[in-house]
Design a binder for this molecule. Structure first.
Ligand code: DX5
Ligand code: ZN
Length: 223
């Protein structure tokens, strides 16, 4: 399945309810929620209270991307706030496998994210274990950066590994994604596209989402 996940970081924060509605009407599947702690990344965004406040206004799947130093410590509060999927960074913890298993033990799907500078080997052991792998296509911490196409090599490697082992792996890409480069992401093997600026900063998000869906249909995984 193919999913589009608008990243709330690019929304007008004075009208979150209206912004989320706009994405629902445009055909989004997930709402990507970037949590930054000013420690793992050099920026601070928002936390569980904001997520809990918007939870009652939408049925979209809450895809929580934790860019924080001690994810396990805060997982319960994000589950309580309404997270449907929780993703943490492999670079943020000493033993990603232990953290992944601890989060999954709480009966919530868990993703593992990898930053541009980290080799794919850091997440390969999680194919077949993680519910999702998030390949960053910008340095984590800020919206509105330029897409790094070289990161798609990791997507290709992960998709090939999953296909070879008959695993239906969810691969999400995040950072600088728009209607034009979406096709490179889907060709490489991503099936969840996160997009902040390209969806929230346009008056026609529906057109961009349609472009993304066309990319997924016309250019499925390389295999
Ligand atoms: C960056 C975040 C992204 C970001 C995407 O650290 O993880 O989700 O909000 O925004 P755009 O699409 O503007 O790069
Ligand atoms: Zn993100």
């Amino acid at each position: 399945m193919f999913y589009v996940a608008p990243s709330l970081l690019a929304a007008d924060f004075s009208d979150l309810k209206g912004e989320i509605k706009r994405m629902e009407e445009a055909g989004a599947n997930y709402l990507h929620l970037d949590v930054m702690d000013g420690h793992f990344v050099p920026n601070i965004s928002y936390g569980a209270p904001v997520i809990s406040s918007i939870r009652k206004h939408t049925q979209l799947i809450f895809d929580v991307h934790l860019m924080i130093s001690d994810p396990l410590k805060y997982v319960d509060s994000f589950i309580k706030a309404g997270a449907d999927i929780i993703t943490f960074h492999c670079e943020a913890v000493e033993s990603p496998m232990d953290v992944l298993k601890a989060i999954q033990a709480k009966h919530i799907p868990c993703g593992i994210a990898i930053s541009p500078q980290t080799p794919v080997d850091a997440v390969l052991p999680f194919v077949g274990v993680a519910d999702m792998i998030l390949v960053m296509t910008v340095e984590p911490g800020f919206g509105g950066q330029s897409f790094m196409p070289e990161c798609l090599d990791k997507v290709r490697i992960l998709r090939r590994e999953a296909l070879a082992r008959g695993i239906d792996l969810a691969i999400e890409v995040d950072g600088g994604i728009n209607g034009d480069n979406a096709v490179h992401c889907t060709e490489a093997g991503a099936n969840i596209l996160v997009a902040g600026s390209s969806l929230f900063k346009t008056k026609k998000p529906k057109t961009v989402i349609q472009q993304m869906r066309t990319a997924a249909k016309e250019h499925p995984f390389l295999g």
